[in-house]
Design a binder for this molecule. Structure first.
Ligand code: HEM
Length: 218
């Protein structure tokens, strides 16, 4: 199968997988099958999907480095944008159903509940990453794009702490996701990536379509 067809097949699979939680939740809302507390189910599934997709997004570069298969980088933008889609849905459910569109309640909740404070911080870090995920912004920002998009590490770390503080009792899954993040960050360290080419060494002229990892995008 050609690279183009392989990437298309992977992207199709990604869309189906990424949209499945939303389809399941929508069906659950329509059929009234989201359990005794549908708002809590909506909040939890959107939150967990957002965090999981962020972690999957962070596996793309190590996978590319390990396999040398560059086209996999084309999956990173849709993955990141789906993570953002679920984070926006997660935030909206809280703002609509918990805060009932009331900014005063919202500010109070952010100030009072530390897991909301750190959740909001994670969300605020994700916004510029989503906005600047286009080719236009990659060109406009040049090397600054690479620095900005390292914010994905911070957003994911904040979201893991948010999850850890939410669950209080059974912290096994937040700890596991935290461990996954730690491994994904560790293998980015130069010590684990011998012969890594930095975006600087890619050479003049091709810089504007080079993403954070020094790879041509699109
Ligand atoms: C915009 C700011 C955010 C607010 C107001 C918020 C609010 C909440 C609330 C109210 C809960 C449920 C607490 C409970 O069940 O008692 C929750 C859980 C969660 N949130 Fe957030 N959150 C925010 C941002 C995020 C972001 C950016 C992510 C991930 C990228 C995230 C991931 C999660 C996860 C994984 C859970 C736990 C799900 C579970 O219990 O299975 N949240 N959040």
């Amino acid at each position: 199968m050609s690279t183009k067809k392989t990437v298309l097949a992977l992207k199709t699979g990604l869309w189906v997988a990424a949209l499945s939680p939303a389809a399941w939740l929508t069906r659950g809302v329509v059929q009234g099958e989201l359990g005794p507390n549908p708002i809590e189910t909506l909040t939890r599934v959107t939150g967990l999907t957002a965090l999981t997709l962020l972690l999957v997004t962070l596996t793309v570069t190590p996978f590319r480095r390990a396999t040398g298969w560059n086209p996999v980088i084309k999956l990173r933008r849709p993955l990141g944008l789906f993570a953002f889609f679920y984070a926006v849905s997660h935030f909206s459910i809280w703002f609509v159903f918990d805060m009932v569109f009331n900014l005063g309640y919202m500010i109070e909740d952010i100030a009072e509940r530390k897991y909301i404070t750190i959740g909001m911080a994670a969300f605020l870090v994700l916004i510029p990453l989503a906005v600047t995920s286009t080719r236009g912004w990659i060109r406009r920002l040049g090397r600054k794009w690479a620095t900005l998009h390292k914010g994905a590490y911070l957003a994911t770390a904040l979201a893991v702490v948010h999850y850890f503080w939410v669950v209080k009792a059974d912290t096994r899954l937040p700890l596991l996701l935290g461990l996954c993040l730690a491994v994904l960050l560790m293998i980015r360290l130069p010590a684990f990536a011998p012969g890594r080419r930095s975006s600087r060494s890619v050479g003049k002229g091709v810089e504007d379509d080079v993403d954070a990892e020094g790879v041509r995008v699109g």
